[in-house]
Design a protein. Structure first.
Ligand SMILES: [Zn+2]
Length: 393
């Protein structure tokens, strides 16, 4: 095993580094998996344009590969896939992961990288037209990341991160943020929880906690500096709500999938500690209190114990997604333990398909399948710049 040599303290920079031998292994595996993925995508659902399981997700992967390799063909691939996605938008959903906002935001960024500024601007203005349904007070739109307002907010913040601060104006962002805050306060008051949890959200009548459908994903977006939530609102609304979720933690260190669920079962990014950990790290950065970081590191211990999943190697509910928890802790602490653990989870992914794990429905996609595993593996080239796709900013 390469385990004990995969991370060392570098004489050059004095920081933990991944050994060249392990890097090489990972690079070779990425090439191999990209080929398998391209072959497999030939039989993928031609109508799925989404970031979550469709063409835009593959474009996001190629953008990442381009970021790491600077290889022009990767950017060209990203363009091909996102164009394919943009041809088949259906106007049904507005989020980055499952709706039209994903292809439009990724299209804007790809065109921007290629210096096609008028195509890029066109994508941004089409993206902004989606705000009408997000802001409409009588829409029954949820607030969570996959299908709701937080998933539209992510698209706006992603544009500003990738294309520059004011590409999407502050006023638009502020309106979207206000509608998310209003919705959370209104459910909280309906449920008489204004004191304990001033921002409450539900999806399909359940108050989920995890990153994909629940509170952790929504609070995480509200904590982003780019969301511009006023510090008073952060401390009066967001912070007590986060503390409320913290008190729902199981003795194991894991989090329930919803406020009413008492079985400690799922350790995924979508449900459980591997998603909540990102909220805790953001809370630490924003409120500067050690308790948040301490609990984030406790999530990491649980993920180290439980996080190699039978569900597969993906990022939504697979080993790669759990590996991102270590990367995020590494970025905030620079502790080599987390880089080592990232490498161990990556090492598991190098043996893709040999552990008898379940094969996901969309086996090559970004969130369920091989695309996400490749995305995770590619982070080892520069762990300090790692970024959980469609989620971290
Ligand atoms: Zn999942």
């Amino acid at each position: 095993s390469v385990g004990f040599i995969c991370v060392f303290l570098c004489f050059g920079c004095g920081l933990p580094c991944v050994s060249a031998a392990f890097q090489k292994k990972v690079q070779n595996k990425i090439k191999d998996l990209v080929q398998q993925m391209e072959e497999g995508l030939k039989t993928a659902d031609p109508h799925d344009f989404s970031t979550y399981t469709g063409w835009t997700g593959i474009a996001v992967l190629y953008l990442q590969l381009h970021r790491v390799s600077h290889e022009p063909s990767h950017l060209q691939r990203a363009l091909d896939y996102v164009k394919r996605a943009m041809r088949i938008l259906n106007g049904r959903k507005v989020t980055f992961l499952c709706g039209d906002a994903g292809p439009l935001a990724v299209g804007a960024v790809v065109h921007h990288r290629l210096n096609n500024s008028s195509d890029s601007k066109d994508c941004v203005s089409r993206l902004l037209t989606l705000q009408r349904s997000v802001l409409s007070p009588d829409s029954d739109m949820p607030d969570e990341l996959l299908y709701g307002r937080a998933g539209f907010l992510f698209a706006l913040l992603y544009i500003n991160k990738e294309m520059g601060e004011d590409t999407v104006d502050k006023e638009t962002i502020s309106k979207v943020v206000s509608s998310i805050l209003d919705s959370g306060q209104s459910l909280s008051s309906d449920q008489k929880k204004t004191e304990r949890c001033p921002l409450l959200y539900q999806w399909h009548n359940k108050q989920y906690i995890g990153a994909a459908h629940g509170l952790a994903g929504i609070y995480y977006m509200l904590l982003q500096p780019g969301a511009g939530v006023h510090p008073d609102l952060l401390s009066e609304l967001v912070r007590p709500s986060i503390d409320y979720v913290r008190h729902k933690r199981f003795r194991s260190g894991n989090y329930p999938s919803s406020l009413s669920n008492e079985t400690d079962r799922l350790v995924h990014w979508c449900h459980g500690a591997p998603g909540v950990v990102h909220m805790l790290i953001m809370a630490y950065k924003v409120f500067k209190e050690d308790k948040y970081l301490k609990e984030a590191s406790e999530c990491a211990e649980l993920i180290w114990q439980m996080g190699l999943l039978r569900k597969g190697y993906g990022i939504c509910h697979g080993t790669a997604g759990n590996g991102y928890a270590f990367l995020s802790l590494y970025k905030v602490t620079q502790d080599k333990k987390y880089l080592y653990r990232t490498c161990k989870f990556a090492e598991w992914c190098l043996d893709y398909g040999t552990h008898g794990c379940r094969i996901p429905d969309r086996p090559y996609s970004l969130f369920e399948g091989m695309g996400g595993t490749i995305h995770f593996l590619s982070e080892l080239a520069n762990p300090d710049a790692s970024c959980f796709p469609a989620f971290e900013l």
